[in-house]
Design a protein around this ligand. Sequence first.
Ligand code: PEP
Ligand code: MG
Length: 373
Amino acid sequence: ASAELVGAVARALERADGVRRLEVRANADTPEDAARARRFGARGIGLCRTEHMFLGERRRLVEEMVLARGDAERDRALAALLPLQRRDFGGILEAMDGLPVTIRLLDPPLHEFLPDRTALAVRVAAAEARGDLPAAHDTELLAAVNRMHEENPMLGLRGVRLGLVVPGLVAMQVRAIAEAVVERVRAGGSPRAEIMVPLVGDVRELGIVREEVRRVLAEVSAASGVPVDCPVGTMIELPRAALTAGRIAGEAEFFSFGTNDLTQTTWGFSRDDVEAEFFSAYLDKGVFPVSPFETVDRDGVGRLISIAVAEGRAARPGLGIGVCGEHGGDPASVHFFHAAGLDYVSCSPFRVPVARLEAGRAALERTEASDSR
Ligand code: PEP
Ligand code: MG
């Protein structure tokens, strides 16, 4: 019976693949996940988050890079990160050889990377209370962490903003991507890296980053003799980005909707607090029938998406547009994205088969609906 079931699922997927217009990519940031996504039928990576690559041992380097006491310290941290990042990207490009891999520049929740401010303050205070001199390193670190402190880190120094204020960060990541591409080309592969800028709210932010990307790609191409040309695109995950999409398209070769942040910033609900009591009360009272973090809210986030698609394509005909928030693997949302005219959805590897099926169903339903008119 299970063989029959597997056969039926395979046939359904094949039929869906034959009719669907939406491409299905996966969100993956390790070679293992990329390989798994490929087995599930993903046609590329729509979102390679780079935050996880900075955890563990490398956290110390992020700390040094962000809290650096001068250019030399920051440059040392960046120089140490470069070969590590080159290896990270090389592995993923190899696993997805021949298919697009959209690598997003660092978008960390900075508070999760920096040392804990309270623990540091307690340590410094305890040393003082004992009549000791606190370690100079602790005092300096506390002062630096205090300078960086934000009450609302999710509305703070994230995404492109970090790239604009930490000199050399964008260049380091872009160089790592470009050099990984060169290595893959020399090994006979067909790497297709795309560079994606997170949390853009204004076209000028993107313009500044793009200049830097062009400069680094030209340097790596000249030094290696291998021409490296990666498309540069942006996440659309702030209402302002959606509303100014026409201008943003002037600097973006593709758009990808980050519906997690777009939902958070449109509704003003914290995406990290959906377990809060009042949130379930909203569900119980029917304010929304299903959480807007699960299924795209057509009246709010959905309208912003439609505006951005229309404005973006009016400014740049043929602009490639996808979605890489959690909604990319949600069946009802997939139907919405099909209707909105997106080119692809990107979701976690395990949801790829469901997204393929739903994209097929959405295409069929719309054909049937127009046939019966
Ligand atoms: C999003 O905001 O929808 C997104 C894909 O980015 P992240 O979840 O990493 O913020
Ligand atoms: Mg986001």
